[in-house]
Design a protein around this ligand. Structure first.
Ligand code: V55
Ligand code: FE
Length: 489
């Protein structure tokens, strides 16, 4: 059977690579790579190996996870890229064709794979307690070798994690090195069950709690403070009967209420308190902290889901402007008798993929870097994310905006401190630029305190890397399990 990728989203710069790569010694075409940086910049790229047999395959979300890493040492950068050998990938490789059907719909699969994990491991890579995981929110995590990118296999923390799905956005508390994570649809596809876990710095599960969400929906990220965990239940709904009827797995409901579920850290499921607010869709958490009474949590929210390919529940049309995410600060008063939260816009332009200096995760913080979707007054030439911005959530420093160039896309910015004990926000921003005309990509190293200064270094790839969501830096000491906290080396 001939191999052909039918969808227009899978053409030109975004055509699947389907190639595993080893390239030692990337060319540094400008500047110098800081010698203090020792570690890896890990990006999971969706990269479909076998063409879908269903029509509505979703670019990126539905594709096989391809683990890629820029390894930094002594001013040199090596590159490696390997498919994550999920149970799904292994089964399809053996068959030489796709066996899994539509996104998040097991009823569309080839009967030969019934009961096998559908996970594609294509969202984020996490290093904790000396292990590296490739993660997708609909399935168990996959353990990988941090240095060879070989797949080790599904990991369940020694049997302690029974949730059938684990988030791709856990948080690490830098005070303790604890890993805070959860799974939604934790009892199976389209269930309301949410499981919440904490692992200690050595990776042993020390807490587990279960509760039911008010309705089934995508819960992509969480907010974690020193004393609380906040679960955003926003109505990108997901119903078993829809997937049974082969309708889209997710639909946006403009009428359903928004609930933020607040659980004390290491609390039990029956301690959850729900706070309500205006109808909107959660994107990603920026940072969150509490002062004992108030919870402050910064997030991106759009009027409806950012994912335009998920229809409204009633089939009604919507404005593209309503998919644009904006950064807002949520405030929850834990001493109030009420059941509402308040919110305030923090940044004027539409933005996504916000990242902080994660040495300040769960703590009062200032520094943010993110991608922008639109900058009024600047013409957009091409598509996707085209800008990186830095800002201070407390307004102490002016925001800066870096434009990637015409017909260039730019990836999620990753902040890396200059040294392990550098002040907050002092260091570098790593980001991958796709040069669509030239059909190749570059890794940019920008000065986080002035992203408009000439780049610290530009590292060229002699090929393209498809656009993706997330990229995470882990220092060599974090990869070796010597620390769980963001560092330079
Ligand atoms: C997201 C990404 C996914 C997914 C669900 O960015 C949510 C959000 C790349 O896959 O399956
Ligand atoms: Fe994400």
């Amino acid at each position: 059977m001939g191999i052909r990728f039918p969808n227009n989203d899978f053409k030109n710069f975004e055509a699947p690579m389907r190639a595993e790569i080893d390239l030692a010694g990337l060319e540094v075409v400008q500047g110098e790579v800081p010698k203090e940086l020792s570690g890896g910049f890990f990006r999971l790229i969706g990269d479909r190996k076998w063409p879908a047999f269903v029509e509505n395959d979703i670019f990126m979300l539905g594709e096989d996870g391809m683990a890629s890493c820029f390894y930094f040492k002594d001013g040199r950068v090596d590159f490696k890229m390997r498919y994550v050998r999920t149970p799904r990938f292994v089964a399809e490789e053996k068959a030489g064709r796709a066996l899994f059907g539509e996104y998040r719909n097991p009823f569309t699969d080839d009967p030969s794979v019934a009961g096998l994990s559908r996970g594609t491991a294509n969202v984020t890579m996490l290093a904790h307690a000396g292990k590296l995981f490739a993660m997708k929110e609909d399935s168990p995590v996959i353990e990988m070798d941090p240095f060879t990118l070989e797949t080790i296999g599904e990991y369940d923390w020694g049997g302690a994690v029974t949730a059938k799905a684990i988030t791709a956005h856990p948080k690490i508390d830098p005070r303790t090195g604890e890993l805070i994570f959860f799974g939604y649809c934790a009892a199976g596809p389209a269930t309301r069950d949410v499981a919440y876990y904490e692992a200690d710095a050595e990776g042993r599960i020390i807490h587990e709690a279960w509760f039911k969400a008010p309705y089934t929906c995508m819960v992509h990220d969480i907010m974690v403070t020193e004393h609380y965990v906040v679960f955003p239940i926003t109505p990108l709904r997901h119903e078993l009967e829809w997937i049974e009827r082969r309708e889209p797995a997710f639909k946006w409901d403009p009428n359903e209420e928004v609930y933020l579920g607040v659980l004390p850290r290491k609390g039990n499921g029956d301690q959850i308190r729900w706070f309500k607010g205006p109808n909107q869709c959660h994107g990603h958490t920026v940072g969150a902290f509490d002062d004992g009474r108030y919870i402050y949590a910064d997030n991106t929210f759009s009027k409806r889901s950012f994912f335009h390919f998920f229809p409204n529940v009633d089939g009604s049309a919507f404005s593209p402007a309503d998919t644009m995410p904006y950064m807002k600060r949520i405030v929850i008063d834990m001493e109030s008798e009420g059941d509402h939260f308040t919110e305030q816009k923090l940044f004027e332009y539409p933005c996504e993929l916000p990242r902080i200096d994660t040495r300040f995760e769960t703590m009062d913080y200032n520094f943010v870097t993110m991608n922008l979707l639109d900058v009024p007054g600047q013409e957009r030439v091409g598509h996707g994310f085209q800008w990186v911005a830095t800002m201070d959530v407390n307004g102490n420093k002016p925001s800066k905006i870096y434009y990637a160039g015409d017909d260039c896309s730019i990836g999620e910015p990753q902040f890396v401190p200059k040294s392990n004990d550098a002040p907050e926000g002092e260091g570098y921003i790593l980001t991958v630029v796709g040069k669509h005309q030239e059909m190749r990509s570059e890794l940019l190293i920008l000065d986080a305190s002035d992203i408009n200064a000439p780049p610290v270094a530009t590292v060229a790839l002699p090929f393209r890397l498809r656009s993706t969501g997330h990229g995470y830096w882990y220092s060599t000491s974090q990869l070796l399990g010597e620390t769980n906290v963001l560092g330079a080396s």
